[in-house]
Write a protein that binds this ligand. Structure first.
Ligand code: PRP
Length: 213
């Protein structure tokens, strides 16, 4: 496996993630268990992605007495890259139900492998929020690179990219262009094939989530 600094890339090593990734990689897994495994992993990835967001101290009154409590010190905006990123949103919202959700529509041209934007709708507050950009797959990195560039143009300052499976090529592309963006992933696979699919990967995540094979 390619080595990247832990300051830049977090690879989640968790038994449930390994088990669920295997379900997702299996080409015979039907849509329902595929979606369930994806949602479980998304919750675990969200836990790790939000592990260092700042807190502010507050006071809370228990039935016994006053004590110290905590509130999150910034709003969280989850931005799935459409379409496949949508498959991660429910699992993330399970963990952080008050997060706002923005949508960024992009698809990869099948010939050029370049990302094409087709839809954008973001909530207010992007400049001051913690932005969790999510997509199951980081292949060449073109889509994530464009999405990060777009969010930065809108004023986003704190962006974390969360994905399920990444290729070393895609990670390198993001780190070279956006050294300020941390990546949280469940796996770094071997490489890309001639069609820019991740090897071994899980195939086309969007098609498997939405049953459009
Ligand atoms: C896939 C995937 C990423 C992108 C990754 O989306 O979900 O968005 O490709 O490839 P890249 O790193 O080389 O840009 P796809 O274009 O298949 O669209 P979909 O989400 O609509 O299925």
């Amino acid at each position: 496996m390619a080595a990247f600094s832990k300051d830049q890339v977090t690879v989640i090593d968790h038994p449930v993630v390994h088990r669920d990734l295997t379900i997702l990689r299996d080409k015979n897994t039907p849509t329902a268990p595929f979606r369930q495994a994806l949602a479980r992993i998304a919750t675990i990835l969200a836990y790790h992605s939000l592990i260092s967001i700042p807190l502010r101290e507050t006071r809370v009154t228990t039935p016994i007495q006053d004590t110290t409590g905590f509130e999150l010190n910034s709003n969280i905006i989850v931005v799935p890259i459409l379409r496949a990123g949508l498959g991660l949103v429910d699992g993330i919202i399970q963990f952080i139900p008050d997060a706002k959700v923005g949508h960024l529509g992009m698809y990869r041209d099948e010939t050029t492998h370049k990302p094409i934007d087709y839809y954008v709708k973001l909530p207010d507050g992007i400049k001051t929020s913690f932005v969790l950009l999510v997509d199951p797959m980081l292949a060449t990195g073109g889509s994530a690179h464009d999405a990060i560039g777009y969010l930065k143009k809108q004023g986003a300052k704190k962006i974390l990219f969360m994905c399920l499976i990444s290729a070393p090529e895609g990670i390198r592309h993001i780190l070279d262009n956006h050294p300020d963006v941390h990546i949280v992933t469940a796996a770094i696979d071997d490489c890309l094939n001639n069609e820019a699919f991740i090897v071994p990967g899980l195939g086309d995540a969007g098609d498997r989530i939405f049953g459009t094979l």
